[in-house]
Ligand binder design. Structure first.
Ligand SMILES: Nc1ncnc2c1ncn2[C@@H]1O[C@H](COP(=O)(O)OP(=O)(O)OP(=O)(O)O)[C@@H](O)[C@H]1O
Ligand SMILES: Cc1ncsc1CCO
Ligand SMILES: [Mg+2]
Length: 243
């Protein structure tokens, strides 16, 4: 929750982390978008997630699902399957999570991926068509699809996989970008990946001794990102392509 909320603040959004069934419906009226992240799942929080997603739909706000650890346990997979029925605007996971949500056979090892983006791509497209939503698979090259079109994002650095909840943070950023650009959620999602990945690229350098300093540096780079960084930088700027 720390890195997710700080990522959003650095990008100019205004996060509020809420879980209890008693308040999520009221929060939904204030929010521009809802992100449901099942990372640290408990039965109590599950009720809040269901109510929040229903309230977001009722209030016409986009809601986004991060199916953390899908396939790891029957409880988690059932909670995620029930949430998917409430038709999120975006489902963002790593490759094995997206495969598990799509019902594909995959050996899951926990919250880190056990598969490659290329293994998940067809399942992501099918899931996007079945649910009628955007599906994004994070990895070395991120893939974002609406079931027909595919956008590939080439930004990012491998060390991001050694910082917990960077995937969760990029999903949160996508929620903010979708609320800012609801007319094109496919591109908004790809843009979020690209900006987040570029922040990490810009942060890499002599001051990064490892994941802990990258975690700090990438939030600083996101906060200070200027249009010029996005276009022409040592890292090549934002890199999104349509396949
Ligand atoms: N091999 C890689 N090279 C470059 N960037 C990567 C690589 N793997 C992942 N990323 C980037 O790292 C970030 C986190 O993606 P990842 O797939 O690790 O998410 P995740 O497994 O859901 O993480 P978490 O559950 O810890 O939040 C994304 O911005 C993604 O683009
Ligand atoms: C490590 C971890 N455990 C549950 S959620 C989470 C953050 C990365 O998904
Ligand atoms: Mg994750």
């Amino acid at each position: 929750m720390d890195i997710m909320a700080n990522t959003l603040l650095a990008a100019g959004a205004s996060p509020a982390m809420a879980h209890s069934a008693q308040e999520v419906e009221d929060f939904s009226k204030l929010a521009s978008a809802l992100l449901v992240n099942v990372g640290t799942l408990t039965p109590d929080w599950t009720d809040g997630m269901q109510l929040a997603a229903k309230a977001a739909k009722h209030n016409g706000k986009p809601w986004i699902l991060d199916p953390v650890g899908a396939g790891a346990t029957p409880f988690r997979t059932k909670v995620i399957t029930d949430l998917v029925k409430l038709q999120p605007a975006l489902i963002r996971g790593n490759a094995s999570e997206i495969m598990a949500v799509a019902g594909a056979a995959v050996q899951t090892r926990g919250v880190d991926t056990s598969a490659e983006v290329s293994d998940a791509l067809q399942h992501a497209q099918q899931l996007a068509r079945d649910v009628g939503c955007i599906v994004a698979v994070s990895g070395q090259v991120d893939m974002v699809t609406d079931g027909t079109k595919i956008l590939s994002v080439h930004n990012g650095v491998e060390m991001l996989t050694s910082i917990t909840a960077t995937g969760c943070s990029v999903t949160a950023l996508a929620a903010a970008f979708i609320s800012a650009g609801p007319e094109d959620p496919l591109f908004a999602t790809a843009a979020a990946f690209s900006v987040f990945g570029l922040s990490a690229q810009l942060a890499m350098g002599k001051d990064v001794a490892g994941p802990a300093s990258l975690r700090v540096g990438l939030i600083d780079k996101l906060f200070n990102m200027a249009e010029a960084d996005a276009v022409i930088t040592a890292g090549g700027g934002l890199t999104i392509s349509e396949d």
